[in-house]
Design a protein. Sequence first.
Length: 121
Amino acid sequence: MTEKEIFIEKMKKRTKKFAVDVIQFCDSLKNSKASSVITYQLVKSATSTGANYRAACKARSKNEFFSKICIVVEEADESEYWLEVIKDVNLSNDEIELERLLKETIEITKIMSKAKSSAYS
């Protein structure tokens, strides 16, 4: 396997783990009307991050890759937004996991933004 292939497989696993971790984290949120709406949005964006990364890896052209990786960046950034909202309104019962997930989504966003900008360089 090349370094690039190893990186791709690592990122597939990382984005999937992020989605699974977010789903599990959402089960620990304080119960409220707001948390159910936020949970829905966060789970959608976190799972979409990994799903669209996998789609980008199977892209048939540079344009298709760019399109999918743009979606990955948007969904990762949206995940960060919802995690920030959870933090700001104090919906979490697990501050340590919240901070870890925030850090992870920021890192994923940076990595995917770099891939996006490298797509046409």
